[in-house]
Design a binder for this molecule. Sequence first.
Ligand SMILES: *Cc1c(COP(=O)(O)O)cnc(C)c1O
Length: 235
Amino acid sequence: MDRSSQLQENLSAIQGRIEAASLTHNRPIDAVQLLPVSKTKPASDIEALYAMGLTAFGENYVQEAIDKIAALSHLDITWHFIGHMQSNKTQPIAQHFDWVHTVDREKIATRLNEARDGVPLNVLIQVNVDQAPTKSGVNPDALDTLVDHILACPKLTLRGLMSIPDPADALALAQSHARLKTLFDEIQSSGRVSHQFDTLSMGMTTDLELAIAHGSTMVRIGTALFGARAPKEST
Ligand SMILES: *Cc1c(COP(=O)(O)O)cnc(C)c1O
């Protein structure tokens, strides 16, 4: 099978999983967006999926992403940065991406806000729901302060929350998803945020059904769509 047919087959399968989970959990059919995660995969894969109707892609590594963004500048793609945020990378990220999922501290928000030109950058706050010591993400008890800080940044639009939970076991994962959804609902109903606070980025290849059950509006899918990734040395 050629690469394009393989991607088409994977895409149909993943769309089937999203639809089935949405149906099972009484979610509206268009409530969950598929965000393909194309890290380590070639621009030609993105181009093939774009031809199949996908117009948003998630990337983790800044230089790799910038190369693909340049190579695909003839396409109308919405680029999401979903990688670990380093403060010395805020300038290129603010310049080249449309969304950032991994804002987890005030310093990063401030720097993105200062570096952004043009329309505001859509940002999600990454929450360390399980308060795992080695993980990125703001602790839940510091979330409110970070929300207020981002709301005061004119070049940032706060769109919601994101998590990368530890895949310990199914029960821990479900609790983690449920906690993020509760935090999301609390902020949404607090009256502080606009109607644009509408995105809960939660769920990956192995846990997308569980995430949809708990209210995810955006699942970030790499492996199920593109196949396994070669191990990447840390950058
Ligand atoms: C790589 C990555 C994904 C995709 O993971 P898969 O398990 O391959 O679907 C999703 N979110 C983030 C933040 C990632 O780094």
